[in-house]
Design a protein around this ligand. Structure first.
Ligand code: ZN
Length: 349
């Protein structure tokens, strides 16, 4: 039977090479790992039952779980193991090739920033050595904490510069800390040559997206769905090349589980630069391969459109031109190989 070139099958969507820019280390801890980390480190979670741990109905409940799981990571070894496992799992289940992964240093008060970094770099390098997956890091500000905590964090990042840490971001509850409060931290990061991204417009309005771009000087927005309610902002984001790192499954939480309400399709149709990302994969029962399957099938993507979406974020990756062109070549070769493989199995070709 002939393969339909016009439709991206679930297998094709899962097998495409992936690059993602919006994935949280602390949101990437499988429930069973979280329970054993908590036990190992003497930290109490709301339940020791991994089948129940990631059950929540609201964003606030999700954040409570996220903070509790963060607290269960208390040693450099924990960071190394979590980083290694989440990268190699994503490589195996969704052909992840490149990730810029964020972590919240101020959610781990028992460790210094260099101690966390030591564990993370160990995990990143082992994952790359074993599977080829590349990962860089984004230091995330917890906006529920004060602007002075954010300033101190950025100072720490600058005092301990390393090549793998490429950017700062900001996350947690958008209703807690407006972009304007974090201008100083973002200015310091920019002056030190760090890239900038921010969670905005997930539950907040388009003004939050605009403020993140205009006040914080971000190059990318995590989520950003509210941009659609401001046509002028859509136009300027498109012309300035602002990238939107969107997430299918976590978006469902805000839309009562209705995929038709997800804004990602309209954002792509509006000509915005958009990538598909896994956000907090095990906490939302997903992975980067599944995110592509869900988005690809819901949006009825053709194979070419799906391949374009897989490559879409590379131009906004926080890498230099040499690495960018190397990644583009890796993706082009992989997509060509995938197409050949699929067509080669087609006896009618
Ligand atoms: Zn996020």
């Amino acid at each position: 039977m002939a393969h339909d070139r016009s439709v991206a099958s679930p297998e094709y969507l899962r097998a495409l090479p992936k690059a993602e820019f919006h994935c949280h280390l602390e949101g990437s801890v499988p429930a069973t790992t979280a329970v054993s980390l908590a036990r190992r480190n003497g930290v109490k979670l709301r339940t020791a039952d991994p089948d129940v741990l990631y059950q929540f109905d609201t964003f606030e409940e999700f954040l409570d779980v996220y903070v509790a799981v963060s607290a269960a990571m208390t040693t450099p070894r924990d960071f190394a193991e979590v980083a290694y496992d989440c990268l190699t799992d994503a490589q195996r289940t969704g052909n992840l090739r490149y990730r810029e992964m964020s972590f919240n240093p101020t959610n781990h008060p028992s460790l210094t920033y260099p101690q966390m970094l030591e564990g993370l770099l160990d995990g990143l390098r082992s994952a790359q050595a074993d599977t080829g997956v590349e990962c860089r890091l984004i230091v995330a500000i917890n906006r529920e904490q004060s602007p002075s905590v954010a300033r101190d964090l950025v100072a720490d990042v600058i005092a301990h510069r390393c090549d793998e840490v490429v950017a700062i971001g900001i996350d947690h509850n958008e209703r807690a800390g407006a972009p304007a409060e974090f201008v100083e931290a973002y200015r310091a990061a920019a002056a030190a040559g760090l890239h900038r991204t921010a969670h905005a417009g997930e539950r907040g309005d388009s003004q939050e997206v605009r403020d993140s771009i205009e006040l914080l000087g971000v190059e990318r927005i995590d989520h950003g769905y509210a941009v659609l309610s401001d046509p002028d902002l859509v136009t300027s984001a498109r012309s300035e090349g602002i990238h939107f790192a969107t997430c299918w499954s976590t978006g469902l939480l805000h839309h009562g589980g209705d995929p038709a309400a997800i804004e990602i399709g309209p954002m792509i149709a509006a000509g915005l630069s958009v990538s598909i990302n896994s956000d907090d994969p095990p906490m939302f029962n997903t992975d980067i391969g599944t995110e592509f399957v869900l988005a690809g099938q819901s949006l009825s993507l053709t194979r070419d459109q799906a391949a374009d979406l897989a490559r879409a974020g590379l131009d906004s990756a926080f890498v230099d031109d040499t690495d960018r062109s190397r990644l583009h070549k890796v993706f082009a070769a992989e997509i060509e190989r995938l197409d050949r493989e699929l067509d080669g199995h087609d006896p009618t070709d």
